[in-house]
Design a protein around this ligand. Structure first.
Ligand SMILES: NC(=O)c1ccc[n+]([C@@H]2O[C@H](COP(=O)([O-])OP(=O)(O)OC[C@H]3O[C@@H](n4cnc5c(N)ncnc54)[C@H](OP(=O)(O)O)[C@@H]3O)[C@@H](O)[C@H]2O)c1
Length: 309
């Protein structure tokens, strides 16, 4: 049986000899040989973040103290042990922030975390500010790394507030999010006008609309991209119930469909990080593995797209 070091070493060798891979292969080859997770750069600052993040919608909306809470302790432990840091949440994911905050605090993981939260479903500066203050309390912190305007709601006022909080040092980066194909054009117009540090949008092998305007714009304007719904809200797993992985999966270090779906997303150079959501430790380990080894070539991506029609 091969060790993780051997796996990573092979990955680096495959990368170094491949001419099919995109511009980030040198960075990945170097990362793989050192045994670290793929990282991508936030253009507005030059800071790097691990390319595998995680979401909290659904997975962190649980009852404290029960078995799901215990499982989340392990989900977080594996996440940070695996070299990841970026966690996406929102005050409107019911109690997710009230679960995440204490879990990070109890495990003393807050200093390692890159927390991305949102101004969500509020109208007006006062309501936005009150929501942010509640968020800080729930997350047991005095600042967050990324504050995003959720689903373009009241975006002019809320983005101005996020920028004000950035000036005050309570927020490191600002962003704008959505999750529907039908909102891509509006999101692109707002991103073009306001140039936030981050945009967040849905992207998966079956939902590739972001490739049209948003990703090229992000590259041109120097905006980091968080890709959400990488499993199309879990629906992609139904589509592969009876499907074998392609024969070349091993060449890119992929042993599951989850890894393949995440690698597909990361193989677009505009994507800074993916944020798959799970409350199950083994699935977390599975997802993290997509941050190691070669990315997919253009031909491999094309073949995958073909498989899903
Ligand atoms: N507008 C926005 O800003 C917006 C909108 C949507 C999502 N988001 C963010 O993006 C995150 C991800 O989106 P999402 O949760 O909607 O969808 P997703 O990540 O595409 O899918 C989540 C589903 O995939 C399953 N799953 C996760 N890892 C798996 C694995 N390795 N193998 C098999 N199944 C696996 C989960 O089940 P289990 O939990 O049972 O493992 C869950 O049902 C959210 O949590 C949220 O943080 C933001």
């Amino acid at each position: 049986m091969s060790t993780r070091r051997q796996f990573l070493g092979r990955s680096a060798a495959v990368l170094a000899s491949s001419s099919l891979l995109g511009g980030s292969w040198q960075a990945l080859a170097a990362a793989a040989s050192e045994g670290t997770m793929l990282k991508r750069t936030i253009p507005s600052s030059g800071e790097t973040v691990p390319a595998i993040g995680m979401g909290t919608s659904g997975s962190f909306e649980i009852t404290p103290g029960g078995p799901e809470y215990e499982a989340l302790k392990e989900v977080l432990r594996r996440f940070f042990d695996g070299g990841a840091t970026l966690i996406d949440t929102a005050p409107t994911y019911s109690n997710a922030e009230d679960i995440l905050g204490p879990l990070l605090a109890e495990a003393k993981l807050r200093p390692k975390a890159f927390i991305a939260t949102k101004l969500s479903g509020v109208v007006g500066r006062d309501k936005g500010l009150a929501q942010f203050q509640k968020t800080l309390k729930s997350l047991r912190t005095d600042k967050v790394e990324l504050l995003q305007v959720h689903n373009l709601g009241d975006w002019k006022t809320q983005l101005a507030l996020a920028r004000e909080l950035k000036q005050q040092g309570k927020v490191k980066y600002t962003g704008i999010t959505h999750y529907l194909d039908s909102a891509h054009d509006q999101l692109a117009d707002v991103v073009q006008e306001t140039k936030p540090d981050f945009l967040q949008i849905n992207y998966s092998v079956t939902n590739r609309g972001a490739e049209q305007r948003l990703f090229p714009m992000a590259k041109d304007l120097g905006i980091a991209v968080l890709a959400n719904r990488n499993f199309n809200d879990g629906k992609l797993f139904n589509q592969v119930k009876d499907k074998q992985l392609p024969g070349w999966a091993q060449e890119v270090g992929v042993t599951s469909w989850a890894q393949m779906f995440l690698k597909f997303c990361l193989s677009h150079e505009a994507v800074t990080a993916v944020i798959p959501a799970t409350g199950k430790p083994d699935r977390q380990s599975d997802n993290l593995r997509a941050g190691y080894g070669p990315l997919l070539s253009a031909a491999q991506k094309k073949e995958l797209i073909g498989l899903f029609g």
